[in-house]
Write a protein that binds this ligand. Structure first.
Ligand code: SF4
Length: 496
């Protein structure tokens, strides 16, 4: 049966204003015993932007697995455990944003169990797209779930496997689940890192002396001064223990589908993901936006980013166009996530708490305002208004991504199709709605030109063409097959 999934609700009654990623993961194995909580603290702190609602670690201590996890930021959850006196060799960690299952402590990761395969803890970045079917099957057979996260499903499948060892059971389990998974496991005294065969989410492995570190982005390796690293390949399974490092590969996917939004928005600009510098990729996207504007002449006097994620693209736009760049909006880093507020006044206040114009940079200028993406248009309208209030003569909004029209089933929280402004309005109509003098998106073709190996990326939220079956309605599938923006190599999927 075709089922619709509302990817917006986080189960807490809150709604998001922009795209939000779910999680970041890290793991460490060291031949020399270390204070593992302290060593995990730093990469998790570096990955805080990937999830700010809960954090946790699991590590080996005196032959058993210890888990510390709670709701809250890395510093508040883990600070009290940094004075560990028992040294250890291995541990994993997680930061989480709580879309699936809500912001409840039972959903905080790592999830740890003792089962017939040993002590197993797991931390997951991604989204298992066939969760509903697998969970229904397990429920029918009597399984009991303690959380509503799709990650717990993996532990059930592992434990139920008839394979004789943890490792064989893991390989079997990973072939049953579909979708996006960059995961780290702690199995007894081994660290295991896994990236799904499509490669949706990034994962890196680094080496420093006798320490192996795994993390979602390279900024988490940099903080530990790990300079030798590589991307975990799509489908790669890495096991690290006292015997050394062992690598296997899951059966290959028909294509690679690395999330292009990691480069557009999610990852830190000082990171590499998918063997690509995030900052450089964003600059190329901004330069492509400037080239798209060039035939119509100069729109502006100054290029201003919406910080932080619009900054690199705005730099690229300024360099390509020859226009000056300025920080016309400042960001208050102490403001947290912005939720949809019930009234427009409250929504405006929430944006003003986070971003505020520098009048001296803006007054009297025709402003090219560069942001990464447009979701509902609510924030854009407030920002354009703020910029005009600060004295801008004109505001031309430029987005370094194509129009978002489809939900994501691979670990990113995107509002429903009805709420996505690009499903209802043309760029000119959006300009009227948000009060801008013009709005232009980065065309998909130019986005593809901004990255190496463009066919290795996922563009499903622009095209509606998904690489694996997903729960779309018949009408949505029909609309996806008519979409003009779809890359030809991706099939339309339907969940079975
Ligand atoms: S659908 Fe969009 S957000 Fe989701 S993985 Fe693909 S590119 Fe990323």
């Amino acid at each position: 049966m075709t089922q619709r999934v509302n990817v917006e609700s986080d189960g807490t009654g809150s709604s998001i204003q922009s795209l939000v990623h779910h999680c970041g993961v890290a793991g460490i194995h060291s031949k020399q015993p270390l204070n593992i909580p302290e060593q995990l603290f730093f990469p998790l702190f570096a990955l805080q932007h990937r999830g700010q609602e809960s954090a946790g670690i699991a590590y080996r201590k005196s032959g058993r697995t210890v888990v510390y996890r709670d709701l809250g930021m890395v510093s508040s959850v883990l600070s009290r455990y940094l004075t560990e006196t028992k040294l250890s060799n291995v541990g994993i960690g997680h930061v989480r944003y709580s879309t699936r299952g809500g912001n409840k402590v039972e959903n905080v990761q790592p999830i740890s169990v003792v089962c017939n395969k040993g002590d197993v803890a797991v931390a997951h970045n991604g989204n298992i797209s066939n969760t509903r079917r697998l969970k229904a099957m397990l429920f029918d057979e009597g399984s009991i779930f303690q959380s509503s996260s799709d990650t717990e499903l993996i532990l059930h499948l592992l434990s139920r496997s008839r394979a004789p060892s943890f490792y064989e059971a893991l390989l079997e389990t990973l072939q049953l689940v579909q979708g996006a998974f960059s995961m780290v496991f702690l199995h007894d005294d081994s660290l295991v890192a896994v990236r799904d065969p499509f490669g949706f989410r990034p994962l890196y492995v680094g080496f420093k002396e006798d320490m192996t570190v795994v993390a979602s982005e390279t900024c988490a390796l940099d903080i530990l001064k790990v300079t030798e690293f590589r991307s975990v390949q799509p489908g790669e399974v890495i096991v690290v223990n006292d015997d050394g490092l062992h690598v296997d590969f899951l059966p290959a996917a028909p294509s690679h589908c690395q999330c292009i939004f990691e480069l557009i928005y999610f990852a830190r600009p000082d990171s590499q993901v998918f063997d690509t510098s995030v900052h450089e990729a964003r600059k190329r996207m901004g330069a492509a936006l400037a080239r798209a504007d060039a035939p119509d002449g100069r729109f502006g006097d100054i290029v201003i980013p919406v910080p932080d994620s619009g900054t690199s693209a705005a730099l690229g736009y300024a360099e390509e166009s020859g226009l000056p760049f300025d920080m016309g909006l400042t960001r208050n880093h102490y403001a947290g996530r912005s939720f949809i507020m019930p009234t427009s006044a409250e929504r405006e206040l929430a944006v003003r708490m986070k971003l505020h114009p520098v009048r001296e940079a803006i007054r009297g200028k025709r402003v090219i305002l560069v942001d990464d993406s447009l979701v509902r248009g609510t924030t854009a309208r407030i920002l354009v208004n703020l910029t005009k209030e600060a004295g801008a003569a004109e505001v031309h909004l430029r987005l370094s991504s194509p129009e978002i029209r489809w939900p994501c089933f691979f670990g990113i929280d995107i509002p429903t199709r009805q709420e996505l402004i690009s499903n209802h309005l043309t760029p000119d109509e959006i300009a009227d709605t948000v009060g801008a003098d013009s709005v232009r998106f980065l065309p998909l073709a130019l986005l593809r030109e901004s990255v190496d190996l463009p066919d290795s990326y996922c563009y499903s939220c622009f095209s509606g063409r998904y690489p694996v079956p997903v729960p779309l309605t018949d009408e949505e599938l029909a609309a996806a097959s008519r979409a003009e923006t779809m890359p030809a190599e991706q099939p339309i999927g339907r969940i079975s």
